[in-house]
Design a protein. Sequence first.
Length: 280
Amino acid sequence: MTVPAMSDLLIETIHLDKVYGSGETAVHALDDVNLAVAPGEFIAIMGPSGCGKSTLLNMLGALDQPTDGEVWVAGENLAKLKNVDDFRASTVGFVFQLHNLLPTLSALENVEVPMQGRVGSGKERRDRAMHLLTLVGLGPRAKHLPNQLSGGQRQRIAIARALANNPKLVLADEPTGSLDSQSGEEILELLGELNRSEGTTIAVVTHDPRVAQATQRILRMQDGSIVEDHRVSDPLEEDLRALAFSKLGEIILDPDDAPMQEITPEEELILRKLIERLRR
Ligand code: ADP
């Protein structure tokens, strides 16, 4: 059996390629992605729409098969898994933008679903689900149906559900995408807290620089490749970097290529923060 080069990694991808379709319509969604993530890291995956972020996340969660290359998660070569469902249920927790909660089940029951057949008795499952709902601040809403809760609360349930089987890795695809900024911040704080207190490794796909800056490491993708990989450091440097990689940064660098247009609210916020800080 081959062992990964550094077996103490939680995630390792080796020359990972994914091509959708074939011939003239082939799309190279991932192109030689080599990624190493240590246990306990909290990473953000950024980049323009269509650059391969979701494809990469799906590969890490064994939701899709590579065309070429290897994916190792928690010491397992995902191509050699004996039971993919078992791996997904026990090692990975998924949080998506659309919460995928079952509408006819209560918050508590939704969190219990992934534990079926894994965690001991019905009572043990119920107790653990209640513990997790309390952890995400929703204990008092355990009996509510998803449509009786706000978007932010539903996302908290999705996080509690992702944690049901105590996964080593949580994969989140735009977890704050459908939320107002206040709820988005709360969800981020929750993920950060989970990372610090439980040591859970978390990978978040996002296009929001504020979300990315709440993590420890930012990967930027373009055309299926990782083009930048850096540790989050000084907030000022992070803001400058976010600005440099924004649409506005592109326009400033190459005004002939793209006409000056309205800046996005995210860019405006970064600019405002920068100006305020520099004026202090
Ligand atoms: P992102 O998450 O960065 O927006 P994706 O990973 O969803 O990007 O997609 C990367 C590329 O692969 C895009 O060009 C997309 O159209 C293509 N793609 C994604 N999924 C499929 C699929 N199931 N079939 C064909 N093409 C796909």
